[in-house]
Design a protein around this ligand. Sequence first.
Ligand SMILES: C[S@@+](CC[C@H](N)C(=O)[O-])C[C@H]1O[C@@H](n2cnc3c(N)ncnc32)[C@H](O)[C@@H]1O
Length: 372
Amino acid sequence: MSDHEHRLRQLIDRMTASGSVRSQPWKDAAAAVPRHEFLRNGFFRPVPGTSPTAWTPVCQGEEGWLEVCYADESLVTQIAGTIKPTDIRGEIMREPTSSSTLPSLVLRMLEDLQVQPGMKVLEIGTGTGYSTAVLCARLGDSNVTSIEYDEEVASQARQTLGRLGMYPTLLTGDGLHGAPQGGPYDRIIATCAVRTVPTAWLQQTRPGGQILTTIGGWLNASELVRLTVHEDGTASGPVLGGQVSFMLARPHQTPPLGVLPDLGRGKQREAALGADILDDWATRFIAQFAVPTAQRLTVHNGQHNDDVLIDTTTGSFAALHQENDRWIVRQGGPDRLWDAVEDHLSRWHAAGTPTLKEATIRVTPAGQNISR
Ligand SMILES: C[S@@+](CC[C@H](N)C(=O)[O-])C[C@H]1O[C@@H](n2cnc3c(N)ncnc32)[C@H](O)[C@@H]1O
């Protein structure tokens, strides 16, 4: 057995022991896909102790390359929309824009997708093509369509998949519009997160079919959800849990803050809930549904730190600070952001503060919400 075959077998054993791989067909599919083939252009590793994170390239043939390909880790393959590992030496401090997802999450999601042989699947976010290859190994190339936003990433994935003799339908474009030419699909799976589930996905999934996606947002909390599409074109389903986090779909990424409004203006009142509730992941995830276009930042105003929610599209803001044991909120702009958060969370608490696993997401063409 070659070195990589040995490492692949060990990885599959670990994923089986941890419960990410739960069935023989997915185990066989994972065993048919050598992950290092998708990482021949190298990857970036985080430099320990840096904040914001600095990244350093590891190229094929360098010490540790093969070992890390078979470690159960997400490996960044593109930074700032253009930079590949072979493009730089040293360190770079910009946002990752493409990666090979950690295999245990890929396999967990494929198990969660509840596919049967013969089903047609659309994948959003081809990336390196690793997850596309596992789908092809299980369902056959003709049942798999995958779409990637970035032309260079897509072309690299096409070459790698071709080298392995896999020829699914590969498209380049904005997967938020789906891929209508190949639909309807039995399943849509997204390996990038979305702020709102696109209507195109509802329209391109067969009634009774499922959409597996991570819903994320600008308050930086995200969860994996599995939605069943109904005859009336709406969808609903559970939060699967586990704080699953993916890079946001490119058109959904956080916009620049621009010029801050005057946070000293606005109407002030005592807050029923303090800004520190947003330090909790689940609470932030729920609050995101109330203020979907708000971002959070801290501003020092000379006397104290303001914990600020700001909506760059409307200029609305809520600035919170603590005075003794009270929280004070000052709100300006057309929308009262903190009123919306308090209202939403108080209804959540009135429903008995369900855990996320007890929650249901409902999506219609008009919007999405979370409730018990
Ligand atoms: C986490 S990576 C995908 C991992 C990949 N499935 C794998 O296993 O290698 C997310 C990918 O989604 C792509 N992406 C982001 N927004 C997209 C969009 N709107 N449509 C299609 N792909 C998108 C990114 O360019 C990136 O390559």
